[in-house]
Design a protein around this ligand. Structure first.
Ligand code: 5AD
Ligand code: SF4
Length: 436
């Protein structure tokens, strides 16, 4: 077993779990394969937020069958959020007999043990924990980027938004101890990391210990010498504290960017979603944040087609988008998830209406993004150089403090450095620039 290949679906949490899985395999002396064809161990880390991801996963799993026929020694592993649902485990067991290992979101640290068992006894291993137990610290990680790192500060979610499967697949909220988070970040900085992205389904409800809430954690991390940038994801608007808003003004390494998912601009829909804020409260928050940090960039997750959403509700969403003027937004078509309350609702929205609303929403968001990016032309931004550009291989790519992607010419020796870049062109999804 020399090489592994991991395919990750879904959010940053899953990305980071995959980094940990890769870290554990590297500790076993394995290396990453460039493609599944070259790998002896293939891992699919799945997402269950939307039905599309389910379908894509089963499609990909079907393709592995061929490899398993010609190379029966290949070990196929599936993990992630989908595996926390019994009906999915049952489907994999029944219809995909070539899968060797199934594990869940709560026991990724057990993966090396499961792998050893499959190798020694050649028998399928299934181990999924229904709930999270004590947080396991000190797992290795093989980072996707050398200069920036994902750091979990908490796991799970207690919010039970009525459309969302996450509370069922990731369990209840559990926070890491601040010493463990701070210790990990210090180690990362010593390893060359300049930016950390703190991860949690709802970082605002972080409770490290009696004194350390999320804002306090930021203040403590801000003191770490050599750490240039702190980001976090995701904030639930209902829990965003004044102290955190203040931290944007006071903590120099806290990036001036916030991802603040609104989901809908209609108070009626927000209530049906169990979001526990309304449209006015959300707008007040945005105003307060912008008063403290005028240059802040704001992004969102926004959904159309929630059961019972009327044209009027949808127009409220468009109106909110126009008022907030997001820098960018992830857009979603509501997708019923088995086991969630909204999936049981009778007034599901027909597909063509959902798609029509989706297209209108995306057009508006893109127009605003393009306008905001165009307004940056001529300005100079500090850019953390992350690597070679995916779009243009002779360019470098990096991010501004506000999380905007910038492509520009430069030498690969700049990767990992923060450089001043003058923005020459603002496009819908990225910026072009030149190093000063
Ligand atoms: N259908 C569509 N989008 C969803 N999201 C979560 N659950 C669903 C669903 N059932 C979106 C929300 C969330 C983001 C991560 O995924 O907008 O913020
Ligand atoms: Fe899902 Fe809501 Fe929790 Fe986010 S806050 S993970 S949308 S239940």
């Amino acid at each position: 077993m020399r090489k592994y290949f991991i395919q990750t679906f879904g959010c940053q949490m899953n990305e980071h779990d995959s980094e940990i899985i890769a870290g554990m395999l590297c500790e076993k002396g394995m290396e990453e394969a460039a493609s599944p064809d070259e790998a002896q161990v293939i891992i699919f880390n799945t997402c269950s937020v939307r039905e599309n991801a389910d379908k894509r996963f089963f499609g990909t799993l079907g393709q592995v069958k061929k490899k398993k026929k010609t190379e029966p020694e290949t070990i196929v592993c599936v993990c992630g959020c989908m595996m926390q649902q019994q009906h999915i485990i049952d489907t994999v067991k029944e219809k995909y007999p070539w899968v060797d290992i199934i594990f869940g979101t709560h026991n990724i640290h057990e993966f090396p043990k499961l792998l050893d068992s499959v190798i020694s006894v050649r028998e399928r291993q299934i181990d999924v924990w229904p709930e999270g137990r004590e947080i396991v610290e000190g797992l290795p990680s093989r980072r996707l980027f050398s200069c920036k790192a994902l750091v979990n500060i908490m796991y799970g979610c207690n919010n039970f938004c009525t459309y969302c499967i996450v509370p069922y697949t990731r369990g209840r909220e559990r926070s890491r101890k601040p010493e463990n988070v701070i210790g990990e970040v210090k180690d990362l900085v010593a390893d060359g990391v300049r930016e950390v992205m703190l991860l949690g389904q709802n970082v605002n409800s972080y409770r490290g210990d009696g004194d350390t809430d999320f804002a306090e954690l930021i203040y403590r991390l801000d003191e770490i010498e050599g750490l240039d940038r702190i980001r976090f994801m995701t904030s639930h608007p209902k829990d965003l504290s004044d102290r955190l808003i203040k931290a944007f003004g006071e903590c120099s390494s806290l990036c001036k960017n916030i991802h603040l998912p609104v989901q809908s601009g209609s108070s009626r829909v927000l209530e049906m979603m169990n979001r526990r804020y309304d449209r006015d409260r959300y707008m007040e928050l945005v105003d307060k944040i912008r008063e403290t940090v005028p240059q802040i960039t704001i992004s969102s997750d926004i959904m159309v087609g929630f059961p019972g959403e009327t044209e009027e509700d949808f127009l409220d969403t468009l109106d909110l988008i126009e008022r907030v003027r997001y820098d960018s937004a992830f857009t979603f078509l509501y997708s019923p998830r088995k086991g969630t309350p909204a999936a049981e609702a009778e007034d599901q929205i027909p597909e063509e209406i959902k798609h029509d609303r989706f297209n209108r929403m995306v057009d508006l968001i893109n127009t605003i993004s393009a306008e905001k990016n165009a307004a940056m032309e001529g300005k100079t931004e500090d850019v953390l150089v992350e690597g070679i550009s995916k779009q243009k291989p002779d360019n470098l790519a990096g991010r501004t403090d506000g999380f905007k992607l910038v492509n520009f010419r430069g030498d690969a020796s700049l990767i990992g450095k923060i450089v001043p870049v003058r923005i020459t062109k603002g496009k819908t999804f990225s910026l072009e620039g030149e190093i000063i």
